[in-house]
Design a protein around this ligand. Structure first.
Ligand code: PDD
Length: 284
């Protein structure tokens, strides 16, 4: 049975509980991070903690743990579950209080939950086959840059994709691609330029996205951070998504349009290998 960290204790998952009054449960008043684990080590950990701090700050939520403490807790969960490959999920909610839209941080004790899930990331079969996406109207709130647990619309969007026989959905506003339900969206143009839209309050600034752009830049690849439309995406040579739980998965179909020749492209394969090599070097 999995061992879960909850509010200062490591417990078997069936004994790990949080209050029914927890504001994460009642108001989605909680932030989270999902971090990949490869060979028992944490990928891109410092950047995930920096984003967590930023999310807390944006919501006026205190963070009662420093970097070293969070590293230790996350490592403990990996070790106690003997996790080799998969992801760690950790969530910090504002805490429990009588249900009230207003909150008083000084009267609340935040609740912290960390668990892990095994998953094949490096050799996931989707890396060979690619995935299909549909596009869907972006009806999320205006602060998608904060990583909150308010994930109902992305969850429904993913279900709509499944209903239509696709694997995932890309959010679109006025024809412009924003990001995937739980990942950032990229295309590679016929001129071999890697294109992804700039960060703003409309998308999550993906940690994997930033790392890919950094490694691609360092290796002399052409990058453009600019908006792209779904019509441009249909015409792209290659397309892919990035996230901690996939690293990069190739996208071979968008709204039923085959991307390139419909097969996983060479650029995506090379870029993914580059990301894996560099991020494993830096894993902690
Ligand atoms: N999702 N955009 C959205 C909306 C996301 O939810 C995620 C991550 C990303 C990619 O960010 P990163 O590279 O830092 O994982 C982009 C995680 C994996 C999830 O909710 O499971």
């Amino acid at each position: 049975m999995r061992i879960v960290y909850v509010n200062g204790e490591y417990k078997p998952e069936n004994e790990a509980t949080v209050s029914v009054f927890d504001r994460g449960f009642l108001f989605a008043d909680a932030v989270y991070e999902g971090i990949a684990v490869v060979d028992g080590k944490l990928i891109d950990f410092p950047a995930h903690i920096a984003r967590l701090e930023r999310s807390c700050k944006a919501l006026d939520m205190p963070l009662n743990y420093n970097y070293e403490q969070l590293l230790e807790l996350n490592r403990q969960v990996v070790a106690r579950n003997d996790l080799k490959e998969g992801f760690l999920y950790f969530q910090i909610s504002r805490g429990a209080a009588d249900r009230d839209f207003a909150f008083d941080n000084s009267a609340l004790t935040q609740s912290v939950v960390i668990f892990c899930q095994p998953k094949s990331i490096i050799n996931n079969p989707v890396v060979e086959t690619g995935m299909s996406v549909i596009t869907i109207d972006d009806l999320r709130w205006g602060r998608c840059d904060i990583k909150t647990v308010q994930l109902l619309y992305p969850s429904l969007a993913k279900m709509e994709a499944k209903k239509q026989g696709a694997d995932d959905a890309w959010f679109v506003k006025d024809g412009i691609v924003m990001e995937g339900t739980s990942n950032n969206a990229f295309i590679i143009t016929k001129d071999d330029v890697i294109v992804t839209r700039p960060t703003s309050n409309e998308i999550l600034p993906g940690i994997t996205r930033a790392a890919i752009l950094q490694y691609a830049g360092e290796n002399g690849l052409k990058i453009e951070e600019r908006q792209f439309s779904k019509d441009e995406a249909y015409q792209a040579k290659e397309a892919f998504i990035s996230s901690a739980t996939t690293f990069m998965f190739p996208v071979v179909k968008i709204d039923g349009h085959q991307v390139g020749d419909g097969k996983v492209g060479e650029h995506v394969k090379k870029l993914r290998a580059l990301y894996i090599e560099e991020s494993i070097k830096r894993a902690v």
